[in-house]
Design a protein around this ligand. Structure first.
Ligand SMILES: [Zn+2]
Ligand SMILES: [Zn+2]
Length: 398
C-alpha cells in the first residue's frame, strides 16, 4: 500500500468517529477563553492515541498541544486549530444544534478542532514512518484575537524542538464544497477598528447657527473618506475603509451634542492600515475644526496579515491534489481581508492557511461565516484530515 493509500484507508476508518466528535463539540459551544469542556474533550481524545505527549492548560488554561515524535528524521511542523465559538443564537436547524443559549460554532472551529484531531489519529498510527516532529495545537480565543501570542510567548510552542513551518485550514463559504482553496498571497488581512466621537453643541433644529451639528460633520467625514483610499495611499495592495455604525440624536427637532461612528480599516500591510488610520484622523480633525467641534479618535489594531509562503503553497497544493484530485484544488489570486491571529505563527515561520470549501452545490449564495444558519459540510472532516497528513510528509520531501 502506498503512503497515500494508507492515509486514505486510515481516514476512512475514523470518518464516522470524526463526525461524532464534531457534533459533540458543536452541541457544546464555548466562547473565547471559556473553552473548558472543549479542551477536556480534545485532551481525552488525544490521550487515547499512542506516541503523543499531551499538554493541556496552555494559553491561559484552555489551550492544548500534543507532540508526536515521528520515527524518521525531519522537520518540526505545527498543525493548528482554533477551538472557540461565538455569541450567536443558532438557527441552522440541525439535530445536533447548540444546547447552549446564545452560543454557537458559527465559524467552523468545531470542524477545525476535529480535523486536527483526525490528523493526530492518522499520524499516530503511522508514527514509525512519520518524519520529524508534529505539534498539534488547539488554540483558544481566536475570535477575540487571543491565544496565538500566548502560546508562542508564554508556552513557547515554537521552541524545543524549534518549529520549521506551520499549517492550518479554515472552513470557507465562498469556495465550492469538496474543494480546497489556497490563496496565492494573503489568506487573511490586517484589520483595525476605529471609533470616532464628534463632540458638537446641541440646540434647536430651527436654529442650526446657534448649535454645532455633529451629524452634518459626520456626513462630511463619510462622504470624503473614500478620497483617502483614492488619493492618499499609493500602491496596488487591496484596502478598505468601511463605516459600520453611526449613532446620534433622538428626534426631529433637536440637534444632538454628539455623534459616534465606528468602522473598520483593512489592508494586507500593517503600515498601510496604520497610514489609512492616520489619514482618517486628519480628515476628522479638519472637518471638526471647520465647524468648531472637537472629537475623540481611537483605533484598535495590531493583528498582522496571514501571508501564505510560496513554497508551502506548492507543497500543500500538490498534497491536496494527490489526496482529492487535481480538479478539487483551486488557487485563489485575490487577497482576503478577514482576520485571523494565525498570523502570529505565519509571521514567524513559513506557513500556509488554506480554505476548506463549504459552498454547497445547489445553494445560490454561500452562507457566510458567523451567520446563525451556518453549517459545515461534514465531508470536509475527512478531506482536510487527509490533506494535513499528506502535507506533513510532502514538507519533508523538498
Ligand atoms: Zn470567526
Ligand atoms: Zn474562524
Amino acid at each position: 500500500m502506498t503512503r497515500e493509500e494508507q492515509i486514505k484507508a486510515l481516514t476512512a476508518e475514523i470518518e464516522e468517529e470524526l463526525v461524532q466528535i464534531r457534533r459533540c463539540i458543536h452541541r457544546r459551544p464555548e466562547i473565547a477563553r471559556e473553552e473548558r469542556e472543549t479542551a477536556a474533550l480534545i485532551t481525552k481524545e488525544l490521550e487515547k492515541l499512542e506516541g503523543l505527549e499531551v499538554y493541556s492548560g496552555l494559553a491561559g488554561g484552555t489551550g492544548v498541544m500534543a507532540v508526536l515524535k515521528g520515527g524518521l528524521p525531519g522537520k518540526c511542523v505545527i498543525v493548528r486549530a482554533d477551538i472557540d465559538a461565538l455569541p450567536v443564537q443558532e438557527q441552522s436547524g440541525v439535530d445536533f444544534a447548540s444546547e447552549i443559549e446564545g452560543k454557537m460554532h458559527a465559524c467552523g472551529h468545531d470542524a477545525h478542532a476535529t480535523w486536527v484531531l483526525g490528523a493526530a489519529k492518522v499520524l499516530s498510527k503511522m508514527r514509525e514512518q512519520v518524519p520529524g516532529t508534529i505539534k498539534f495545537i488547539f488554540q483558544p480565543g481566536e475570535e477575540v484575537s487571543f491565544g496565538a501570542k500566548e502560546l508562542i510567548l508564554e508556552d513557547h510552542v515554537l521552541e524545543n524542538p524549534a518549529v520549521d513551518c506551520a499549517l492550518a485550514a479554515h472552513v470557507w463559504p465562498t469556495v465550492k464544497a469538496g474543494t480546497i482553496g489556497i490563496a496565492q498571497r494573503y489568506a487573511f488581512g490586517c484589520p483595525a477598528t476605529f471609533q470616532i466621537n464628534i463632540k458638537g453643541k446641541g440646540g434647536h433644529g430651527a436654529m442650526p447657527h446657534l448649535a454645532i451639528n455633529p451629524i452634518a460633520i459626520a456626513g462630511r467625514i463619510c462622504a470624503q473618506a473614500p478620497t483617502i483610499l483614492a488619493e492618499k495611499i499609493i500602491g496596488l495592495e487591496p484596502r478598505v475603509l468601511t463605516f459600520c455604525s453611526i449613532h446620534a440624536g433622538t428626534t426631529g427637532n433637536i440637534i444632538p451634542d454628539n455623534c459616534e461612528i465606528m468602522g473598520t480599516i483593512r489592508s494586507t500591510d500593517m503600515d498601510v492600515t496604520q497610514q489609512i488610520a492616520r489619514e482618517l484622523e486628519a480628515l476628522v480633525k479638519s472637518c471638526c475644526e471647520f465647524s468648531g467641534a472637537s472629537y475623540d479618535f481611537s483605533l484598535r489594531a495590531g493583528l498582522y496579515p496571514v501571508r501564505n509562503d510560496p513554497k508551502m503553497i506548492e507543497i500543500c497544493r500538490r498534497s491536496a491534489a494527490k489526496m482529492l484530485g487535481e480538479e478539487q484544488v483551486e488557487l485563489i489570486a485575490e487577497d482576503h481581508l478577514a482576520a485571523d491571529n494565525f498570523s502570529e505563527f505565519s509571521r514567524r515561520v513559513p506557513a500556509v492557511y488554506f480554505y476548506a470549501g463549504n459552498w454547497a452545490e445547489g445553494d445560490a449564495e454561500p452562507i457566510s461565516l458567523h451567520n446563525p444558519k451556518f453549517n459545515v459540510d461534514e465531508r470536509l472532516l475527512g478531506h482536510v484530515t487527509q490533506v494535513l497528513c499528506e502535507t506533513v510528509f510532502e514538507l519533508n520531501q523538498d
